[in-house]
Design a protein around this ligand. Sequence first.
Ligand SMILES: NC(=O)c1ccc[n+]([C@@H]2O[C@H](COP(=O)([O-])OP(=O)(O)OC[C@H]3O[C@@H](n4cnc5c(N)ncnc54)[C@H](O)[C@@H]3O)[C@@H](O)[C@H]2O)c1
Length: 421
Amino acid sequence: MKTISIIGMGYVGLPLALRFVEAGCKVFGIDVDESKIEQLLGGKSYIKHIEASRIAESVSKAQFIPTTDFKTVAESEGVIICVPTPLNKNREPDISYVLKTGEAMAPYLQNGTVVCLESTTYPGTTDDELRAVLERGSGKKAGVNFHLAFSPEREDPGNADSVVERIPKVIGGFTPTCLAKAIAIYSIAIQKLVPVSSCRVAEATKLMENIFRSVNIALVNELKIVYGRMGIDIWEVIEAAKTKPFGFMPFYPGPGLGGHCIPIDPFYLTWKAREFGLHTRFIELAGEINTSMPDYVISRVADALNDQGKAIRGSRILIVGLAYKANVDDMRESPSLILIEKLEARGAKVEYNDPYVPIVPHTREHDHLAGRKSQPITAEYDCIVIATAHQDYDGAKIATLGIPIVDSRRLVSPGPNIYQA
Ligand SMILES: NC(=O)c1ccc[n+]([C@@H]2O[C@H](COP(=O)([O-])OP(=O)(O)OC[C@H]3O[C@@H](n4cnc5c(N)ncnc54)[C@H](O)[C@@H]3O)[C@@H](O)[C@H]2O)c1
């Protein structure tokens, strides 16, 4: 039985840990957040799409050992790092969580251990920054005494077909031996690995995947506004275009970008490109268009209220959907939070509904919203804004309330009192 330590028990690390357990490994799940470790030890899940029973069963068999103690690294053949890589307040990469993890684990690093970073980051992080911290703290050399690799996570939260073991996984090593050793570890749990020539290529691959999404989402968001002004329905256009069997892939408009990846990761490359004297114009433009979407939605709220002879100031507005995408409980970077703040700044009384987020948790950037509670969808509001199309929502039923609806997700069929946004 192989022993693996997975550091960071979040959206990426926890499902990966359970996958390694189910593939027959003993897994230490390390996190600095004591409350998460306590919940895991108690067989509880804090991520909606991960069943508590999977955690409870793995913990009771002592095959999954949640802990805050990095000492477990000393008895692990593989160590996989899945900690956050956000942007700082100047929108520059913040790899401090990765470096702190490296510092914490380095003293326990053994000869022959495979260390693999999964956190999304700019090319060079694994070979340069993480390697330096690990070598300094352990007195060992990557590629000589221990093996170093990068393998980005690919997850589609809320998509039931997106199963960890079946998603092909790109992987690059610091040396060819590092790559081979890292593949040997991952092959226990993952069906298909896609080896590339270096950690840098693997890091760049992940960024390209997310930049591709950001740019294409910006494109449909722009077309939504242009076609909307021409009286053409973007959703109908997309449905027609996607019948093309080649050379087209549908992307859908919305109230802005959310989640831990698409609004953030592209700017990791923007920052790194500057070191080479280069600008990433597509990334910047996509960011500009996508971050302007909440303002567009608010302009449609103003239209909807204006048609009723009302102003935003003093109106009661319900945001339907707080999570950044359908059928998940993740509201990090959600445009709904921006909508609430901007509408309140203009004097509206705003509440939200989301069956996946009954209470707003603490967040770094919107902490003043923490503690607010989901409210029922009723006719008491002056306007309803559809921000997330959870499967639990019945658009036709919401339309029967007879109040103006600003719909950024095509949850409700077009009709009178329905404002596409
Ligand atoms: N969520 C996704 O869908 C997704 C998909 C692909 C890639 N990623 C990338 O994976 C990485 C992790 O993302 P996530 O969504 O799992 O984040 P997350 O915030 O859900 O989880 C990260 C965990 O790491 C813990 N942590 C922070 N610092 C630590 C430290 N020094 N030592 C140990 N634990 C520490 C946190 O307490 C948290 O539980 C990020 O780089 C992200 O960009 C995320």
